[in-house]
Design a protein around this ligand. Sequence first.
Ligand code: SF4
Length: 304
Amino acid sequence: MNTKRAMAQLLKHLQNAGVTHITAVEIPKPAPPTLSKRMPPAGRPGQQSVDRSGSVAASSPADPVSASGKAASGSPVARSYRTLIPPADLDASSIKKPEPSSLTLQLLEEQFETAEARSDALSRLAELVSRCTRCSELSATRRQTVFGTGNSQARIMLIGEAPGADEDARGEPFVGKAGQLLDKIIESSQLRREDLYICNILRCRPPGNRNPLPQEACNCREFLDAQIHIVKPEYIICLGTVAAQNLLGSSQPVSKLRGQFLEYNGAKVMCTYHPSYLLRYPAAKAQVWEDMKFFMKDLGVILK
Ligand code: SF4
């Protein structure tokens, strides 16, 4: 049956039922999710500080989140929270664990309560890492190590894959095009980069930006675990499959790991796509935006 005929039949049916007129109703179209939408800059009303020095700051009147942290509007996000215990050794048969450094062992024994103690421990670890030659190819080809940057007592830690050319040149993670996109994601999520701690699975650039080898990830794991221990984040965001699989000891791709909270050493872990992937497949930005909405809701912030 064509549409015209179907409409005529429907109108006749309504007339027979006694309907004499129909009120026009405007149905608003939902705005498509975007990562480039403008958010208030840091420190302005509506901005949420997630520094460990305080929980999420009190909402401004413009905020869609009440002071209690509960959403004033919007439907709840129904996602599961499950715990995934990573295997102690990713692949014992083919990967040789390096002898741990005495400094890392010492740091892993300590508890850090203040920002100063954490910063000092991170500096000592960074100095050790700057001289690391465990991965012969990477240490021979890098310009410098890229240890990690950010707030030493951040509530949220972001973990990427490995430094690229820009990061290798600057000595900081996420400073190239992918880093600029990550900044937009952070800003749009009402977060501030200076409140976060950002690092990678590897601290040296793999030549040609190839994926980290399992042995290289294993070599560098001790430093990552020490950073997590020192910063002690409440949340970890894994950016991309390499970060997610290596941190969690999972063989699942990030597409299967996203949309839920996992657990690592007491931190709630969320996985989403790497900004470099978004540069190649911009359509996936919508999924990352969904992930950030899901993530921020756990912090009591409702993103539109
Ligand atoms: S990637 Fe990590 S383990 Fe390998 S050489 Fe660099 S700092 Fe050392």
